[in-house]
Every structure is written in C-alpha cells, then in structure tokens.
Design a protein around this ligand. Structure first.
Ligand SMILES: NC(=O)c1ccc[n+]([C@@H]2O[C@H](COP(=O)([O-])OP(=O)(O)OC[C@H]3O[C@@H](n4cnc5c(N)ncnc54)[C@H](OP(=O)(O)O)[C@@H]3O)[C@@H](O)[C@H]2O)c1
Length: 277
C-alpha cells in the first residue's frame, strides 16, 4: 500500500515511517507540506496518489492554543478538512489522529468510542472540529484518538522529565489527573493493524489502563534507577492557561478490537530504550 505520512517530522510521524516499512511510505514534513494550504494539499495528494493518508500533523501546544486559537484551528481543523477533501476527491483513505482532550473528564469509567465529546480547552475544541470535518468530507476515514504520547527520543513530558532529572533534586508532579500514557511505537503498530482493515470509524488507541503523571514518572524512574524525590501534588497547584480533563482514560469497544499493550509495558520499553542510550 502507498501511504502518505503527513507531519512525518513529529514523534508519531517518525515512528510510523520506521514501523510501517512493509508499505511504500512517502514522508512529508511540515516543510514539505503545510496542510493549511488547500491547493498544496490537493497537489500533493493528486501527484502521489496514495492509497492511504495518515495525518500525524497537529498544533499540540495545549496551553498556547488558548492565546493562539486561530493557529490551532487552522492546523487542527482546517488542515484535516483539506486532507479529507483532497483524499475523497481521488478515492483514497484518510486516517486522522485526535486526542482524549475532546472529553471533559466527568465520567468515572474509561471513555469509549460512543461517549459524547465535550472539550474543555481550545486545543480540544480545535481537534474535535478536525474530527467532524474528516467525518463530513471523506467517508473512508479512520479517526484515532490517543493520549499522553511518549518515547525516549521525542519532545514529550516523560522524556523531558527524565532529561531534567540530571539537574534536579525533586519534582512536584500532578497526581489527581488521570489519562492513558501511550508509547508512540505501540500506537504506530496499532495504526498499522487498523489500516490493514477497511473498517472505517472512530477508534480509541491508547496504552491500556490509566494513571497519573506522578505514577507514570515514578515507575519510569524506578526502572531507570533515577533517585530523585517525587512529590504528588494537585493539578491546581500548577496554574495553566488551558483546562485539562481530570479523567480522560481511554478504552475501546470498537470492532475490530485493537488493544495496545498496557501503559506499564510502554514505560518498560521506554526504560529499555533509554538504557541503550
Ligand atoms: N503528544 C501527545 O501527548 C498527544 C496526545 C493526544 C493526541 N495527540 C495527537 O497525536 C498526533 C501526533 O502527535 P505528536 O506528539 O507526534 O506531535 P508532534 O511531535 O508535535 O508532531 C506534530 C508535527 O506536525 C507538524 N505540523 C504542525 N503544523 C503543521 C502544518 N500546518 N502542516 C504540516 N505539518 C504541521 C509539526 O511540524 P513543526 O514542528 O515543524 O511545526 C510536527 O512535525 C497529533 O494529532 C496530536 O494531536 C498527541
């Protein structure tokens, strides 16, 4: 299958290009293609004629989106809309990646694909608008919601904390917000499994189980033998521009049932990769 990976310079984009190597991959970074530009998107899709486009591009600055809402909507809503229009025109499929932050966190059990979104932040609203545009414009779509991505090379919370540990004696970490930490490579493999099917719709693909950022770092530091004091604190002790859901653990009830390894297995893989340097 010929696959166009959009946003191929990001964490997920890079992992998709590495792991879907049984396909013909055409990687496009932000420099190669700005998804906000409809004519550039149409030209790229029509010249490469992919069977499938995977959109891993996004405006991911959750707090920054509150003051740069136009930019967030352009990348997270207009961009996917452009991709959906261009792919529908040539009959190719679009896999679009979205987020657990489309939910408000008021449930007390994990969110599945049929729960109603209600974002609390501009980032979450812009991502939901992107989902809606994709659903509307290209019937051959997969919408994949994921959460709290990490690996040992990307710019993500867990990896930044690990690097900072070399120069810090203690960390205060939020212990009252719960999500589904997801190893980027586990997500990329699950996406590979999903696109081998023609079963379109919404999917939650995230590390199995849920935890807080405090417990996530605690396990990683134990496995890496990093001895730094960790203090559990409430989310409201870190004032932030964007409101985040208190509970956005994801689960899947969708067929085909594609389950990722647990978040703890993700942290074990992370620690192994860090150990390899
Ligand atoms: N990271 C998380 O914890 C998380 C959680 C839930 C969902 N997600 C979703 O998962 C997906 C992948 O996230 P990620 O962590 O891999 O993101 P990432 O590392 O921030 O990569 C995003 C990529 O998109 C590119 N990009 C930004 N604007 C673009 C545009 N207008 N046109 C083309 N490319 C553009 C960026 O390029 P530049 O850097 O050069 O601008 C970057 O290479 C996104 O849809 C994200 O919303 C992520």
């Amino acid at each position: 299958m010929k696959i166009l990976v959009i946003g191929s310079g990001g964490q997920l984009g890079r992992s998709l290009c590495d792991l879907l190597c049984n396909h013909r991959i055409v990687p496009l970074t932000h420099r190669d293609l700005d998804i906000v530009n409809l004519s550039a998107v149409t030209k790229a899709v029509e010249s490469f004629k992919p069977d499938t486009v995977i959109n891993a591009a996004a405006f991911n600055d959750v707090d920054g989106a509150e003051s740069r809402a136009d930019e967030a909507y352009r990348t997270n809503a207009l961009g996917p809309r452009n991709l959906a229009i261009a792919t529908a025109r040539i009959g190719s499929r679009l896999l679009h990646v979205s987020t657990d932050y489309v939910f408000d966190g008021t449930l007390t059990r994990p969110y599945h694909e049929y729960d109603s979104p209600h974002p609390l932040s501009t980032y979450g609203s812009s991502k939901l608008a992107g989902e809606d545009a994709v659903r509307e414009m290209n019937p051959r779509h997969y919408i994949v919601r994921t959460a709290w991505l990490f690996d040992s090379t990307g710019n993500n919370f867990l990896n930044r904390t690990r690097i900072l540990a070399a120069s810090r004696e203690r960390f205060a970490l939020v212990s009252d917000q719960f999500g589904s930490p997801t190893h980027v490579a586990h997500l990329a493999k699950a996406i590979g499994t999903l696109i081998d099917t023609d079963v379109y719709g919404n999917y939650h693909l995230a590390g199995r189980g849920g935890t807080s950022r405090f417990e996530l770092v605690k396990l990683a530091f134990e496995l890496l033998a990093i001895r730094v004091e960790l203090e559990p604190v409430a989310a409201n002790s870190f004032p932030a521009a964007a409101q985040r859901p208190a509970y956005s653990v994801l689960t899947t009830i969708q067929e085909p049932r594609i389950e990722l390894p647990s978040w703890q297995e993700g942290v074990e893989d992370f620690a192994r990769a860090c150990g390899r340097g």
